[in-house]
Design a protein around this ligand. Structure first.
Ligand SMILES: *[C@@H]1O[C@H](CO)[C@@H](O)[C@H](O)[C@H]1NC(C)=O
Length: 232
């Protein structure tokens, strides 16, 4: 026993001797370094526990108030021009399309901050055009915003033979099936807290009457629900 304790003491002597603690000015009482270290360790542990607790509370709040996904409808669409110029080898689509999409934020607690909203139109799997970026906006809780975008082009690039064939077929049917996508980057805001960034894409497939077909124009456009990605 005695031997062991001696060795222990020697071990201690080998280590560098800590400099004597500077006497605390002012407070009078001198806190031993060991006690100060204890206080520091305790504070660290308390802080860690506090952070964990805050994390758990945030997680619970998130689970309880999990945001519902946005709802979107293409409620108006008009082609003033949609025609195919050129032959099979270099057919170009000329188009002038306006689309109105309403986006509903069904959440009671989360406002939606749109950091970026970009619209593209597709026909037969090909990108027709991209609208100018829509303005940044803030959508309040339980509200609907109307987004209007326009696409116009003289057909810079030739469309594929498949898209040209689709055009001819749909021309006879009187309606053109066009894809409109809104690429959104949003944050949700609960009180003063901003969420991480989400990218819920809005995906609409609309059937727009051929402007040169009076029967189809008379039938008009049917509002269509769009698919919106969940917040996850
Ligand atoms: C015009 O559209 C209708 C459908 O609304 C279609 O049945 C008809 O074939 C189209 N007419 C022409 C000339 O393409």
């Amino acid at each position: 026993m005695a031997m062991a304790s001696n060795e222990h003491k020697i071990d201690h002597l080998d280590q560098p001797i800590p400099p004597p603690a500077a006497p605390d000015a002012g407070s009078g009482g001198v806190v031993p370094p060991a006690r100060r270290r204890d206080t520091y360790a305790l504070a660290c542990r308390a802080l860690t526990l506090l952070l964990i607790a805050l994390g758990v509370v945030a997680l619970l709040l998130w689970l309880v108030y999990q945001p519902s996904s946005l709802k979107a409808y293409a409620d108006s669409a008009q082609l003033t021009r949609f025609d195919l110029a050129g032959d099979n080898n270099g057919a170009r689509l000329r188009f002038d399309l306006t689309v109105g999409v309403s986006i509903r934020n069904p959440n009671r607690r989360q406002a939606v901050l749109y950091r970026r909203l970009e619209a593209v139109a597709l026909y037969g799997g090909e990108r027709l055009g991209r609208a100018a970026d829509l303005p940044r906006m803030r959508q309040p809780r339980k509200s609907t915003v109307e987004v209007r975008t326009g696409f116009r082009g003289e057909g810079a690039a030739a469309v594929s033979p498949a898209a040209a064939a689709l055009f001819r077929r749909e021309k006879e049917e009187g309606f053109f099936g066009i894809g409109v996508k809104l690429h959104a980057r949003v944050r949700l805001k609960v009180a003063v807290v901003d969420s991480v960034e989400y990218r819920p894409d809005v995906d609409c497939y609309i059937r727009v009457p051929d402007p040169s077909n009076t029967t189809a124009v008379a039938q008009g456009f049917t509002p269509t629900q769009c698919h919106v990605d969940d917040f996850s």
